[in-house]
Write a protein that binds this ligand. Structure first.
Ligand SMILES: C[S@@+](CC[C@H](N)C(=O)[O-])C[C@H]1O[C@@H](n2cnc3c(N)ncnc32)[C@H](O)[C@@H]1O
Length: 314
């Protein structure tokens, strides 16, 4: 129950984030024992680059405090959807927080929204969608892969999110989303190889007031087909974005400074320009530079609006 409400102390069964650094985080279940590969129940000992953690010691510990590892220490944090995205076990490609934040914003999600998502995949986006729409909203998430549906159901339950989500095994392209969602939802999100095949099914699920459909696709050819189908189906304001992160670092640097006076003298002496620079000395300046490596393409986010039913042509 560690995602649903903020709490002070770790309880047995909580998902806990073990934070060794911004690029070294793990999620683990606070459970004293686990079943090993030979089927034996043994003490749960979690290995890190700073040594081992006896997981039983987490139960009762205060979130945000340090815990001892055999060769160092780490912080224990309560999970949030974005920490979960960074630490979850991948069963599929997942959507990451920079794209997720745009998706949640573009779909106009708020507490109380009712949303369809397909496919569920590893549940990365699902956790953020639930975070945006709870406590009164509901997420209906579909995947045609039985094991992914089963694991997502277990995870939502363990994380205390079961009241806000319904997971169903279903081929959304072939079978749509079911009669029970007819005219029920505010928004539909698609992360599928063939999103355009679900659009006519999705339309039936929107409330009479209309809503937003968002699709995430890695390839531009998928975007072209999706946008074409959206326009044919009566969606308006169809836009596609690519979210590229560009990190800038502001820092002090000591840089050589050119002395014009010195340069002038050296030039008249017939010496080279480099000497003028060296003679100028050094200065400490605040500088801005780009990160050495920048994250590249993830996918294209297409957002479209379905107008209220009274304003639709078909
Ligand atoms: C890239 S993953 C989704 C990842 C997810 N957005 C996340 O952030 O964890 C795509 C998922 O769509 C599912 N899928 C593909 N075609 C489908 C279909 N026609 N109906 C339902 N699910 C489908 C796949 O099984 C896969 O789990």
């Amino acid at each position: 129950m560690s995602f649903d409400r903020s709490k002070e102390f770790v309880e047995e069964g909580d998902e806990v984030i073990l934070f060794l650094g911004v690029s070294q985080m793990y999620s683990l279940e606070a459970t004293p024992t686990i079943v090993n590969k030979r089927g034996e129940t043994v003490d749960y000992v979690f290995q890190t680059s700073y040594g081992a953690l006896k997981v039983a010691t987490l139960v009762g510990a205060k979130y945000g405090t340090k815990v001892d590892l055999s060769r160092g220490w780490a912080y224990i944090l309560q999970p949030t959807p974005d920490l979960w995205t960074l630490t979850l076990k991948h069963r599929t490609q997942i959507i990451y927080t920079p794209d997720i934040s745009n998706i949640v914003y573009l779909m106009d999600l708020e507490p109380g929204s009712v949303v369809i998502e397909t496919g569920t995949g590893s549940g990365s986006l699902s956790h953020a969608l639930i975070g945006a729409i709870k406590p009164h909203g509901h997420l209906y998430t579909f995947d045609f892969h039985a094991q992914r549906v089963a694991l997502a159901t277990i995870e939502f339950d363990k994380h205390g999110l079961a009241p806000y989500v319904t997971v169903q095994q279903r081929d959304a392209c072939q079978d749509g989303f079911g009669e029970n969602l007819k005219e029920k939802v505010n928004a539909v999100f698609l992360d599928l190889p063939h999103p355009w095949l679900t659009i006519n099914h999705a339309i039936k699920c929107f409330r009479k007031s209309g809503g937003k459909l968002c699709s995430f696709s890695p390839c531009i050819e998928q975007v072209q087909k999706t946008c074409d189908s959206l326009a044919t189906a009566g969606f308006v304001e169809i836009k596609t974005y690519e979210c590229l992160q560009k990190e800038l670092t502001v820092q002090y640097k000591t840089v050589p400074v050119l002395s014009l006076e010195c340069l002038k003298n050296k030039q008249t002496d017939g010496k080279n320009l480099k000497n003028g620079r060296e003679a100028g000395g050094q200065e400490r300046l605040v500088t801005v530079s780009h990160a050495h490596s920048l994250p590249g393409h993830t996918g294209y986010i297409t957002i479209a609006t379905l107008p209220p039913s009274s304003m639709r042509n078909c």
